[in-house]
Ligand binder design. Structure first.
Ligand code: KG4
Ligand code: ZN
Length: 347
């Protein structure tokens, strides 16, 4: 690994907002007018196999796993980066939003690290992490304005970015998030947790002769609602017990993807966007990736999406969001100024 220059900063990021214990090290130019960085190491310990047994995330189970995994994950991240704690300049930690019992493990652990090493912390927003994951390969090339669609297990939102500093949420879900809808419909179809990948795989074999409603497409706003779609699936399944699960999975996935793509493209038209970016766990959905990409191509606008490993929760995106916060003149804070905030919304 290249040795550090004096105009660089090394950030160790820690993420425990839901059911992944993750850490990552970023080295970036600092101070700098433009983001220029490399990810030196990244480790994700997923609890999927634990939560599969219960069909979803039980917060206390997740918290216990974070407690068990956090030290090994951080040690492994430092080992892979050939760095010691002394060589880290700042810690970035996901302080919210997320499950409070999961968040506090990462936050309190980071505070202890900061206290012990006399270093400062960059509290980082989990959704800012998802947002920046789409720009990870080269944030300097992004053409603004950007419409960003962020779809995860806890959030569904459309954002308008005039620059990395100037952004606003223009639409969000009124009830279930897109990923939550995938997880709940998967349970209705007796598919394992997490539901997104399971539905997507089954949907490949589906060829339905029916459609589910596209929620809120007839409304002019940029909000979403997926709870009614889940109810439609439940009722349809009860009324048509002989219909193949693969057909239901396909019709459901089509309805979600169509709704997300249509509303995103409407936002592009309204705000004259030059780029669309996609992020969050549901961004790993192949159909959503290909349909959004094809629509953007048709409209001749840029389309950015994260690699598969950067879609679901990880700490690389937290390291990038922390670094971006630093470039935007945020002053890292002492351990006693940091607190987990489960409902910290991006605004
Ligand atoms: O971003 P993420 O890892 O965690 C949150 O911040 O919520 O997102 C997890 C969500 C889960 O609901 C999962 O079912 C969904 O992302 N997901 C997918 C796919 N892979 C993960 N949804 C649809 N298709 C996929 N391939
Ligand atoms: Zn997430």
């Amino acid at each position: 690994m290249k040795s550090k220059k004096s105009s660089e900063v090394t950030i160790l990021a820690i993420e425990t907002s839901c059911d992944e214990t993750a850490a990552s090290i970023l080295r970036g130019k600092y101070p700098s007018a433009k983001p220029e960085f490399e990810i030196i190491s990244s480790v994700v310990n997923s609890q999927i196999n634990i939560h599969k047994k219960t069909g979803g995330v039980i917060p206390e189970t997740a918290a216990r796993a974070h407690v068990k995994n956090i030290v090994p994950v951080i040690k492994e991240t430092l080992r892979k980066g050939h760095l010691s704690l002394e060589e880290i300049d700042y810690f970035a930690v996901t302080s919210g939003p997320g499950l409070i019992v999961s968040l506090v493990i990462g936050v309190e652990f980071t505070k202890a690290l900061a206290l012990a090493t006399n270093k400062k912390i960059i509290p980082t927003n989990h959704m800012a992490g998802h947002l920046y994951s789409a720009f990870a390969s080269d944030p300097t090339k992004t053409k603004f304005p950007v419409i960003s669609l962020i779809v995860s297990g806890g959030h569904t939102m459309l954002m308008l970015l005039k620059s990395y500093k100037d952004f606003q949420v223009i639409g969000s879900t009124l009830d279930d998030a897109a990923g939550e809808a995938f997880d709940k419909v998967a349970r209705l179809l007796n598919l394992p947790y997490p539901g997104g990948p399971a539905i997507s795989k089954l949907a490949e074999q589906g060829n339905p002769d029916f459609v589910f409603p596209r929620p809120m497409l007839n409304q002019k706003n940029f909000d979403f609602s997926f709870s009614g779609l889940k109810t439609s699936v439940r009722n349809f399944k009860a009324d048509n017990p002989k219909v193949k699960r693969a057909d239901i999975a396909r019709a459901f996935e089509d309805a979600v993807v169509d709704t997300l793509v249509t509303k995103t493209l409407r936002a592009v038209a309204k705000y004259n966007a030059k780029t669309v970016s996609l992020a969050g766990g549901v961004a790993a959905n192949k159909k959503l990736r290909s349909e959004l990409s094809a629509s953007c191509k048709k409209e001749k606008i840029n389309f950015l999406m994260p690699s598969f490993e950067l879609c679901t929760d990880n700490a690389q995106m937290i390291a990038i969001a922390g670094y971006m916060r630093l470039l935007q003149n945020f002053k890292p804070v002492s351990f006693n100024k940091v607190k987990a905030d489960p409902s910290w919304e991006l605004e």
